[in-house]
Write a protein that binds this ligand. Structure first.
Ligand code: SF4
Ligand code: SF4
Length: 296
């Protein structure tokens, strides 16, 4: 069993499902959405963030790197040796493996909060369902046996069998739907959406509890055509979904691209204003889906 890399475990989250939750962010995703606010979660391999403002120029990292990657970032292996010697914290390793027992022990610390609030653990990323399946199944089994409810936050772009394997352990799927037109989906995320929509229909047909989450990105998918197509698709194909959320764009993670040595391509994206978001809710209602929530 391969331990996936974890970039963060966020305790006391109230945005990833019901109640108080701990959210585990796995590293690696099959999509590369141009608005991604966690770019360090996209690659499956370890990486190092560079916080230039903390650097004292001591040169320890250059001496520690045996790959010449401080001169040529393309040769970086993500080994983390530079971060180990950086006393100022300017180089930060992202992506650490953690065994199932260690992760479960950590997550179980907050069991009283989960029980009190109706919360639990949310597996997120990156893409949780794209990680090692033996690991995921063992993790979910442990959590469920411990009385912890598990949510799976997914982009849906995985082999259907992965979702079906995780279905018996999953309380609620937080299922992202970004664009209904597949060509547009490919343009903004790198892949077409056929598999995603098929998986959504499949999970619904198997009785899964599903919250659909739609990142609303001005300049990419917030136009009325896409919103109406999405609402119509959901009403027609997946009538059993529990809730629909509109998640307005924010640029909080844009600075991380430079820290990873990448270019942020989302300068033109914007958060639709409140009137526009309300108008989207009206479109959903016109298409027969009421109670759409704005924000997680
Ligand atoms: S070790 Fe850290 S502080 Fe020193 S030069 Fe490298 S990044 Fe800067
Ligand atoms: S992680 Fe740091 S030490 Fe390792 S190859 Fe990359 S730059 Fe060099």
């Amino acid at each position: 069993m391969d331990s996936p890399l974890i970039i963060n475990i966020q305790r006391y989250s109230i945005h990833d499902g019901d109640g108080i939750r701990s959210t585990v962010f796995f590293k690696g995703c099959p999509l590369s959405c141009r608005w991604c606010h966690n770019p360090e979660s996209q690659r499956f391999s370890p990486e190092v963030l560079f916080h230039a403002e903390r650097c004292t120029g001591c040169g320890a990292c250059t001496n520690a790197c045996t790959h010449g990657a401080l001169e040529n970032r393309l040769s970086c292996t993500g080994c983390g040796a530079c971060a180990d010697v950086c006393l100022s914290g300017a180089r930060e390793r992202v992506g650490e493996p953690m065994s199932v027992p260690a992760l479960c022990a950590l997550l179980a610390r907050d069991l009283p909060f989960y029980e009190e609030s109706g919360g639990g653990v949310t597996l997120s990323g990156g893409e949780a369902a794209a990680q090692d399946m033996n690991y995921l199944e063992a993790l979910c089994r442990h959590l469920v046996r411990a009385g912890i409810r598990v949510n799976l936050d997914t982009c849906g772009y995985v082999e259907p069998q992965r979702l079906l394997t995780l279905l018996p352990y999953t309380d609620v799927f937080l299922f992202d739907v970004k664009l209904i037109d597949s060509a547009r989906h490919r343009e903004w995320t790198g892949v077409g959406n056929e598999r995603i929509l098929e998986n959504l229909i499949l999970l619904t047909s198997r009785g899964a509890k599903i919250d659909v989450r739609i990142p609303v990105i001005g300049g990419a998918n917030a136009d009325e055509e896409n919103i109406r197509q999405t609402a119509a698709f959901l009403r027609r194909e997946v009538p059993g979904i529990r809730r629909v959320y509109l998640l307005p764009y924010h640029a909080a993670g844009s600075g991380k691209y430079a820290q990873l040595g990448r270019r942020y391509e989302g300068e033109a994206f914007f958060r639709p204003d409140n009137a526009a978001l309300e108008a989207m809710r009206v479109v959903f209602a016109e298409e027969g889906i009421s109670g759409v929530r704005i924000g997680a």
